[in-house]
Design a protein around this ligand. Structure first.
Ligand SMILES: Nc1nc2c(ncn2[C@@H]2O[C@H](COP(=O)(O)OP(=O)(O)OP(=O)(O)O)[C@@H](O)[C@H]2O)c(=O)[nH]1
Length: 330
């Protein structure tokens, strides 16, 4: 699995969907007149902007990509989506923003293409949960329906494995593509409206902040007017993506160590798990120590003390065994 820490050399073309989404490439730019080669790390990532109709997703994506108020329609051709470059710590991240309405999914509409959603929701690196702060329903739907829907797609096995029950659920594809953590942000849009008329606010900031921190996310409020601000939000999201991938990497390494410990050792005649062989050094030194101790002969059966049965007494016996009152002490 590609990780942020471990950038790979370019291999193939960067297509839109599939694991190659996470493709990293390294480009070297030979600065004119300079002997030193300046290397910049680049990466293409996909971000989903999710929310109810009318919260401002298209405008958010359009302003972020610098195409608003031009035509922006993600349904027409995914391959023509623009990429916005965001620099974080000297690394360039080319971000593709996909504006998604998940309502047809959680309402289980019949004519939706599950393959599309499956590839989309399992492959995105980051998610912006967008709501309109003047519309409580939009907040409820993004937190109570959209977010759980995304999680449900990330957690289930790939479509092709669902039809093959005996497939190993932990194969390479699954290790890399599924169960991946993602970066997430909760963003309240149309803040300009409450600035002018505070009574229009339907979602309190503290409520949204609390929800976000409960789900390990950051929360922001703003509007879609300024590209600079939207880029700064995405920069934050990239930070979350990096953290998520680091945690995934740690999980995989831990699981690899665990699996390696359980693998049979080919050099040994008896197929002891590697873990036991590793332990054997420890157990050998323990045996050495034990053998070095002075030997105490074991008592045979006759000389060994015989355990005496404990006389069973009622818990009240101390009061009942004698009718004599305790002798007075002078
Ligand atoms: N006041 C204000 N209006 C906004 C803001 N962002 C978007 N809008 C307006 O909200 C309306 C809906 O915006 P869209 O970007 O089409 O919303 P959407 O979420 O893509 O809606 P659907 O395409 O129906 O899913 C438009 O009239 C936008 O101009 C904002 O930050 N402030």
């Amino acid at each position: 699995m590609p990780h942020v820490i471990d950038f790979q050399a370019p291999t193939s073309d960067v297509r839109i969907y599939g694991n190659h989404l996470k493709h990293h490439k390294t480009v070297g730019e030979l600065a004119m007149g300079k002997a030193k080669k300046e290397v910049k790390k680049e990466r293409v990532i996909n971000v989903a902007i999710v929310g109810a109709n009318g919260v401002g997703k298209s405008r958010w994506a359009g302003t972020f990509h610098g195409t608003y108020p031009g035509y922006y329609n993600q349904w027409s051709d995914h391959r023509s989506l623009p990429r916005q470059s965001v620099e974080v710590d000297g690394e360039v991240w080319h971000v593709e923003m996909h504006d998604l309405v998940l309502k047809p999914l959680w309402e289980a509409e019949r004519d939706i293409s599950i393959e599309y959603w499956d590839s989309m929701l399992t492959q995105v690196h980051g998610v912006i949960l967008l709501y309109d702060i003047t519309d409580r329903k939009s907040y409820d739907s993004v937190t109570k329906a959209d977010y759980p829907t995304i999680l449900s797609f990330r957690e289930r096995p790939p479509l092709d494995e669902r039809s093959v029950p005996e497939a190993n659920p932990m194969d390479e594809e699954l290790r890399l593509g599924r169960f991946r953590r993602f970066g997430g942000l909760l963003v309240g849009n149309k803040h300009d409206l409450v600035k002018e008329r505070p009574l229009k606010r339907e979602v309190s900031k503290s409520l949204a902040q609390e929800w976000a921190s409960m789900h390990g996310m950051k929360h922001f409020e703003g509007n879609t007017f300024e590209q600079k601000w939207l880029i700064s939000i995405v920069r934050d999201l990239i930070g979350q993506i990096m953290k998520a991938e680091l945690r995934d990497k740690e999980d995989l390494e831990q699981r690899d160590r665990y699996e390696a410990a359980l693998k049979p050792d080919e050099t040994s005649a008896t197929h002891k798990p590697n873990g036991l062989n590793r332990l054997s050094t420890l157990s050998r030194s323990f045996l050495k120590m034990r053998n070095a101790l002075p030997r105490v002969p074991l008592k045979n059966k006759e000389t060994a003390p015989v355990a005496q049965p404990i006389e069973e007494k009622s818990q009240w016996s101390m009061f009942l065994s004698s009718n004599q009152p305790p002798a007075a002490t002078n």
